[in-house]
Design a protein around this ligand. Structure first.
Ligand SMILES: [Zn+2]
Ligand SMILES: [Zn+2]
Length: 242
């Protein structure tokens, strides 16, 4: 995804309007909205961790130069590197690119924090959260028309899930950046976002704490990871291109 172009603004606007529409369907909030929103926030964290775990350990396609990019020793601003990067990336699709990005993040974590918002969340919005939010609009609307309105707590929980999912890579980026907006600090203090110290455990081991939003789901996912590894999955050779 390139810089903030017209596509980015259209996508932001569409997502904003769609989420506002869903918020309208929530109606008068009852007490059930709070546990539902926390559950949605938990699920977004779980999703961020499960995808991260899969991408870290899924082997890159070999023989096309991804290993040369990963282990490149010269300057990454050089023409040689840029040419190599362009040639290699043209050979792979968006999923394989994402797999490479996740692995490349481990030795060079600061790069993620330097990226602009669209580079961080653009593909998530287009592929996942915008379609999901539009589907929720449709579900709420159809429910109202059929006389079976979707409960407000459910819609509220889904909105929390969509927000957490949309900004997952942005939140991950804030863990690798010194200066962050005030609301990030506030959300950390409230326990809604994890701290850089907590995320460091992932970078030191690459074998635990894959979730990067609140980190609430890490105890569960760590058990899942250990279970899969005991069965021969999650081979550490998948962590780097070869
Ligand atoms: Zn990782
Ligand atoms: Zn990280």
């Amino acid at each position: 995804m390139k810089d903030n172009g017209i596509l980015a603004w259209v996508a932001y606007l569409a997502l904003g309007l769609s989420l506002a529409g869903n918020l309208w369907f929530v109606g008068m909030p009852g007490w059930a909205l709070i546990p539902a929103a926390l559950a949605g926030w938990y699920l977004a964290d779980l999703m961020s961790g499960a995808i991260h775990m899969y991408m870290d350990y899924r082997p890159c396609r070999s023989g096309i130069g991804l290993d040369r990019l990963y282990f490149y020793e010269g300057s990454r601003d050089s023409d040689e590197y840029r040419t190599l990067f362009g040639q290699t990336m043209r050979q792979i699709g968006p999923i394989e690119r994402l797999v490479f990005d996740f692995k490349n993040h481990h030795p060079r974590p600061l790069a993620l924090g330097r990226r602009n918002l669209w580079r961080q969340i653009g593909s998530t919005v287009i592929i996942a959260t915008l379609p999901a939010s539009l589907a929720l609009n449709l579900l709420c609307w159809a429910g109202l028309r059929a006389g079976w309105p979707v409960p407000g707590w459910f819609t509220g929980g889904a909105i929390a899930f969509l927000l957490g999912g949309t900004f997952a890579q942005y939140f991950h980026g804030t863990l690798h950046r010194e200066r962050n907006p005030w609301f990030i600090h506030l959300m950390r203090r409230l326990g809604l976002l994890m701290t850089p110290q907590a995320h460091n455990i992932h970078h030191e081991t690459l074998a635990r704490d894959f979730s990067t939003n609140s980190g609430w789901s890490n105890p569960v996912l760590n058990r899942v990871f250990a279970w899969v590894q005991r069965r021969g999955g999650m081979d550490r050779r998948g962590l780097e291109p070869y």
